[in-house]
Design a protein around this ligand. Structure first.
Ligand code: SAH
Length: 449
């Protein structure tokens, strides 16, 4: 196989990053925007030792899973991977991602429950982060093209509320008219880096966060007046200062330009305040179902002590606080811990305490103490748990560990480690929190072997 060669290929599988795969003379060829069952004429674009990449030249026979994309930016935009296939097929793919991760990476065999699909496949996100850049002397805002930092114009995204695009548009126009320059990643010059929006799914409250390279509140006061008068749901406008040359979106300092420093939402019946820096599941109604599954897996009797590791604003643990004797949450971001404490108080929950610490360090200390949890819920970021966290969990020897994860591969790896250290994997359920993207969440029940 050589570059630019035209080959005929049948797509037989989909990778976890959403590419179709076919075999040509025994070699795997990855082709974006294809579906299992497609017979295609493909143009080879890159040949490596053990695999190649190709693009579709012509679809000779379309897979039965194919549908027409309803987004003008697909597939250029990197946000969605599956707008060209029907949702049922997408769910099957995601169910298999989770199954493959556990059986292949984790070498784990257990009860694999059917995936829980999401009722809304569009407009489900409660958060958007629009990058800002300059192009041909003009400020531009939109979304990144796939695997790049090139902005493709257009504010509308099928996954987010309509109001977001109107707000982002207003801010960009304001910046252009008021000589607020776009930040340039190469030179480190310029002001406006990102427009970050968040909305409470139940309350509709919106937070607008302008991410800038240096403090410049005075430049944005007139914008606050405009946003306030046009969008009644905007209850918080904040400025986040990120002066680092990094692709991490938020810096450490946030100042309030208007209203509150957080928005309030209702989740699982609790009053939840969320600051700009705090993690909050992007698909709230589906996250409520995810938490319910975690609760069913934990199957509380009422006298348990529950440890919620990587607890964010406390949402998972607080949703179960009335089912247990005591709840302890651990989270590394101070603002999120502050939110969690206030959320407990505002929701009248008195059996909860929150520790601001690295999960591993806190778990290590707890493991040395008298207060050992009966159940641990662990919901780490994509990279999974570190060894100290896993070892400390083992040392605390809870009856049950419920793992919630947005990355089945690291979840499978971490569960395998727990299996080697005295736990068994009882069941795994995939939950689709991110329709149309290649991401999938899973919940795992582990119990003492
Ligand atoms: N359970 C929460 C948050 C899950 S996201 C929810 O459902 O909303 C993972 C959380 O882990 C984030 O809040 C992140 O800030 C936190 N985190 C990341 N690294 C951590 C660490 N080393 N120790 C403790 N918390 C950490």
């Amino acid at each position: 196989m050589v570059k630019n060669e035209i080959i005929i290929l049948e797509i037989t599988d989909i990778t976890t990053d959403g590419n179709g795969v076919g075999k040509y003379n025994g070699m795997a060829v990855f082709v974006p925007e294809t579906a299992v069952g497609d017979l295609i004429e493909a143009k080879v674009v890159k040949v490596l030792k053990n695999y190649s990449f190709a693009i579709v030249n012509k679809i000779l026979k379309a897979s039965k899973d194919r549908i027409d994309s309803d987004c003008p930016y697909f597939p250029k935009c990197g946000g969605c991977s599956f707008r060209h296939i029907n949702y049922n097929a997408e769910l099957k793919i995601k169910e298999k991602f989770v199954y493959d991760a556990f059986t292949r990476i984790g070498k784990i065999n257990c009860d694999f429950l059917p995936i829980l699909g999401c009722d809304n496949q569009n407009g489900y996100r409660n958060k958007a982060q629009y990058p800002v850049a300059e192009k041909n002397g003009k400020i531009e805002c939109g979304f990144y093209a796939k695997r790049s930092h090139r902005i493709i114009g257009g504010f509308e995204c099928r996954l987010i509320p309509d109001e977001f695009s109107k707000i982002a548009q207003m801010i960009t126009k304001y910046a252009a008219q008021n000589n607020i320059s776009a930040y340039n990643e190469m030179t480190g010059k310029g002001i406006l880096r990102h427009i970050y929006l968040r909305r409470g799914a139940v309350t509709g409250e919106i937070m607008v966060c302008v991410v800038v390279s240096k403090p410049c509140a005075e430049k944005f006061y007139a914008l606050c007046d405009m946003l306030k008068s046009h969008f009644k749901s905007v209850v918080s406008i904040v400025m986040n200062i990120n002066s680092q040359n990094t692709n991490v979106i938020l810096g450490h300092k946030t100042i309030v330009l208007y209203g509150k420093d957080k928005i309030t939402d209702i989740m699982c019946g609790n009053i939840i305040g969320i600051s700009s820096q705090s993690f909050y599941q992007v698909n709230s109604p589906q996250a409520e179902k995810l938490y319910k599954i975690a609760e069913e897996f934990a199957d509380f009797k009422g006298d348990e002590s529950l440890l919620d590791l990587y607890c964010g604003a406390g949402t998972i643990g607080l949703s179960m606080a009335d089912k247990v004797k005591k709840l302890t949450g651990v989270e590394i971001i101070p603002q999120a811990v502050e939110n969690a404490r206030e959320n407990a108080a505002n929701s009248g929950i008195e059996n909860a305490e929150f520790i601001c610490s690295d999960a591993g360090e806190a778990a290590h200390k707890l493991a040395e103490s008298e207060s050992l949890p009966d159940v641990v819920i662990v919901d780490p970021p994509r990279k999974g748990c570190d060894k100290l966290t896993l070892d400390s969990m083992v040392k605390m020897h809870p009856e049950k560990i419920v793992m919630v994860s947005c990355n089945p591969a690291t979840a499978a790896r971490d569960c395998a480690y727990l299996v080697d250290n005295g736990y068994e994997t009882v069941k795994v359920k995939a939950v689709d929190l991110f329709p149309r993207t290649c991401h999938v969440e899973c919940v795992v029940l582990m119990s003492k072997a």
